[in-house]
Structures are given as structure tokens and as C-alpha cells.
Design a protein around this ligand. Structure first.
Ligand SMILES: Cc1ncc(COP(=O)(O)O)c(C=O)c1O
Length: 394
């Protein structure tokens, strides 16, 4: 089909990034493993275009397997091009590093993924970059924080653990009016539920480890950019020497093919469980922009076409041992880092320990739940028995 612009998301996830006739009719691009790539003669070897990152030159720049994944994610999200990195954090690091130099000023939402702060505080600051954390709810008022030396505004919506929804279009309009790039960690929205470039993002950063791969067995980062910032970002990734195993790219692309069905199902289960939790006496508040009474709901509804199955639960004040008893009692929710796989997870979270531009006083212990593909009836029964154990230990 020559004009693919009108294709719907699920058609794109099924077809993007593959070309069976190139590979003897195989539906999926095979795993191409390579370091050295041989050229037919000196002229073609020496005539390589250093800025053409979509041809086979050397394994570090990727192989057709890598290109298939990158192409599919970029097409799904509506970006110009994408590059795969070895983890979500590596993608954040490379994207921020592209805008970092001594004397540069970078604005970071106070609600970002904690390791993003860690990189900014421990690495960028020591290299002479000024990092300023801003209130994630700032909206258009970000204009007041932009200085001549500002190089980038970094967003994450919703925020890690606290789930505040940022008004990215308002922030982007203010940043663009001053010629500043907008970077966003869009892992929660995914390229499936959040069309980052239509909302004003210039550089969209995904932890492909989560829903894109979807099976808790791959570490992966993906940066998607608009045309303006493509070479700046791609060159930075090349300069840092990042590359990804073609086997992991194959797995991530295999995951991407089913992202739509997984996310729709997980969203439906998550909404049901979040609403059930809202009615529980042990729960003070559920932090989930997909809920009608969430403060970020209007922005979520305007900017996203769906919700990830990850949300926060603030319990009514309870002892740490009672909260621990609740989590430990859960049989179907695993305890562990990450999310976006097919299985449910529960962890305790402490964002109050690292926020700096704003205070976080939730009024009770905070949990983060990830809802997987299990039957929600079973998950609800598990939570119910967890609360019973919590009451016994109180
Ligand atoms: C919002 C967000 N961004 C980025 C990352 C980093 O991804 P990775 O674990 O692949 O480094 C995570 C991981 O939990 C995350 O939650």
C-alpha cells in the first residue's frame, strides 16, 4: 500500500517494519547477527555516508533486525525515525547527554523516574550542567524557567510513582516559542496509546523493556524523534557506542506485534481493579489518570487514547509492617522492579524521599500496582486476602 498515513494502530503494529519478500517470504525479519559487514570494493567502503543510519555498515549501528524494530516503533508513534538502546535508562541517558554541555541548563520534571534524577544529579551536574527540577503541574508557566542557556525540557506523563499528568502540549508550546527541545519519557503511554509528536514532543523516550517487549524477558530502550532532532540524537547514540543485540530486537518486535491486544486487556482489568480499590476501606486514594475523578483525567483524556495498567494506591495510614504483610500475602502479584509484562506486580514506593521542587505528602503509604493478563477476578480475590492479612497484622 503506497499511502500508509491513514492506517490504524493495530494495522501498523501488524505490518510495520517488515518486508517478507526481502527475506524469502518469511513473515518476520530474521535475526541478523553481525559485527563486520563486508563491502564489494574500496570505493563503496570509503564512500559510506556517516549520517545514513539505516544501511548496514557495522554491527554497532544495527542490522536489518534492529532496523525492523526501529521502523515499526517510529511508524506506530508517528515519529521520523527511531534508535534502539540497551535499556530504557540508557535511552534517557543518551537523550539527555545530547543536550548536555558545561553551562547548559536542563529542566526536569520533579516527578521523573528516580534513576533519571540520579543520572542528572550524579553525572550531568558534575560535568557542569545545571539541572533544575520543576513542578510537573507547571504547564505553560514553564516559560518563566527557560533561560538563554536552557537546552531542553524533560517531561514524564504521568509521573513515576505519583502519576500526576503533565500538560505536555502547553509545556511544548512554551518551550518551542523559545526554540527549546522537549524530551519526554513516554514509557507509560507507549507508542500505542500516546502519539507523542502530535502533542508537541520532539524526542520520545521509551523503556521498551515494558509493554513494547511485554514479556519481562528483554531489556530495551527506544528513542523516537521528529525530523528536526533525528541526527542530533542518532549521532549522540553513536558517539556513546550504544548498540543492542539483534536477538533482543527480535524479541521486542515480536512483543510489539501484540501490544494492542495486551494493552487493551490490561487497561480494562486495571480500571476494574482500580475502581474496586477506590471502594475499599483500607484505601485513601488511587492514583490513576484513567479514573474519572483523578486530577489528571481531563488531560489524559485529551492527550492519550488509553491507559497503561500501572497505577498508585495510597493506603490509609498503616504501620510499615502491616503494609509489608499485605504485599507479602499476595500470591498472584510478584514483588520486583519493572512493569509492562503479562504478569501482575506490587511494590511499595517512597517518592517523598527524592522530590525536591515540590513536596509529596500522600497521607498514607504508597503502593504501585501493575496489572497483568491474569483474570481480574483472581487478582481481586488475591488483593482481598492480602487486605485480610494486613488487618490481622495491624
Ligand atoms: C518510567 C520509566 N522510564 C524508564 C525506565 C527505565 O527502563 P529500563 O528498566 O529498561 O532501564 C523505567 C523502569 O522502570 C520506568 O519506569
Amino acid at each position: 500500500m503506497s499511502d500508509k498515513k491513514h492506517l490504524k494502530r493495530d494495522t501498523i503494529t501488524s505490518h510495520a517494519g517488515r518486508d517478507p519478500q526481502r527475506y524469502d517470504g518469511m513473515v518476520n525479519t530474521p535475526v541478523f547477527r553481525a559485527s563486520t559487514v563486508l563491502f564489494p570494493d574500496v570505493k563503496s567502503y570509503q564512500g559510506r555516508d556517516p549520517d545514513d543510519y539505516k544501511i548496514m555498515r557495522y554491527g554497532i549501528y544495527g542490522t536489518p533486525t534492529t532496523f525492523s524494530l526501529e521502523e515499526a516503533v517510529a511508524e506506530l508513534e508517528g515519529g521520523h525515525a527511531a534508535v534502539a538502546l540497551p535499556s530504557g535508562l540508557a535511552a534517557i541517558v543518551a537523550a539527555l547527554a545530547a543536550f548536555a554541555h558545561a553551562g547548559a541548563h536542563i529542566l526536569i520534571a520533579d516527578s521523573v523516574y528516580q534513576p533519571t534524577r540520579n543520572f542528572c544529579d550524579k553525572r550531568l551536574r558534575t560535568l557542569g550542567v545545571e539541572i533544575e527540577y520543576y513542578d510537573p503541574l507547571i504547564g505553560a508557566a514553564i516559560a518563566g524557567l527557560i533561560r538563554p542557556e536552557t537546552t531542553a525540557v524533560f517531561c514524564e506523563a504521568p509521573g513515576s510513582h505519583t502519576f500526576e499528568m503533565q500538560d505536555i502540549p502547553a509545556i511544548a508550546a512554551a518551550a518551542h516559542a523559545k526554540g527549546i527541545a522537549v524530551l519526554a519519557d513516554t514509557t507509560w503511554g507507549t507508542p500505542y496509546f500516546f502519539r507523542a509528536f502530535e502533542r508537541g514532543v520532539d524526542i520520545s523516550i521509551h523503556a521498551g523493556t515494558k509493554y513494547i517487549s511485554g514479556h519481562s524477558d528483554v531489556m530495551m530502550g527506544i528513542i523516537v524523534t521528529n525530523e528536526e532532532y533525528w541526527l542530533k540524537l542518532r549521532r549522540a547514540v553513536a558517539d556513546y557506542g550504544y548498540c543492542v543485540s539483534p536477538d533482543d530486537c527480535y524479541l521486542a518486535l515480536r512483543g510489539l506485534r501484540t501490544i494492542g491486544v495486551r494493552m487493551r486487556q490490561q487497561q480494562q482489568s486495571a480500571l476494574r481493579i482500580a475502581r474496586w480499590l477506590q471502594g475499599r476501606p483500607e484505601v485513601l486514594r488511587v492514583l490513576y489518570p484513567a479514573l474519572e475523578d483523578d486530577p489528571g483525567h481531563a488531560i489524559w483524556k485529551r492527550d492519550f487514547s488509553g491507559a497503561a495498567s500501572l497505577f498508585g494506591v495510597i493506603l490509609r495510614p498503616a504501620s510499615e509492617s502491616a503494609v509489608t504483610a499485605f504485599i507479602d500475602a499476595l500470591e498472584l502479584f510478584g514483588i520486583g522492579s519493572s512493569w509492562g509484562g503479562y504478569e501482575s506486580l506490587a511494590i511499595r514506593a517512597y517518592p517523598e524521599k527524592y522530590r525536591s521542587a515540590t513536596k509529596w505528602n500522600p497521607g498514607g503509604p504508597l503502593l504501585r500496582l501493575h496489572i497483568g493478563l491474569e483474570d481480574p477476578d483472581d487478582l481481586l480475590a488475591d488483593l482481598e486476602q492480602g487486605f485480610a492479612r494486613m488487618r490481622q497484622s495491624a
